[in-house]
Write a protein that binds this ligand. Structure first.
Ligand SMILES: [Zn+2]
Length: 81
């Protein structure tokens, strides 16, 4: 009985987690692909977007932000800042 309850709670937690992920990821994917919601992601969260040509300085990839022209580098997780 207690196993069933635990499984039920786990399923609910998992569903909530998946729902939150979907809500979060869809606009983020739209931003990364089409530059939508630029104000929120770029201006508020600081997600810079590299221009096409990236260069490698021996340590990290560097590029320029396509929106604000700032010099940005990519960290080991693939994020630009
Ligand atoms: Zn930028």
């Amino acid at each position: 009985m207690s196993k069933v309850v635990l499984g039920d709670r786990l399923m609910k937690a998992l569903l909530i987690f998946v729902a939150v992920e979907c809500i979060w990821i869809v606009p983020a994917a739209l931003y990364l692909k089409f530059g939508l919601f630029k104000f929120f992601y770029h201006d508020l969260l600081g997600w810079h977007m590299p221009i096409e040509d990236e260069s490698y300085d021996g340590v990290s990839f560097t590029s320029k932000c396509r929106y604000c022209g700032k010099e940005i580098i990519q960290d080991s997780q693939g994020n630009w800042f």
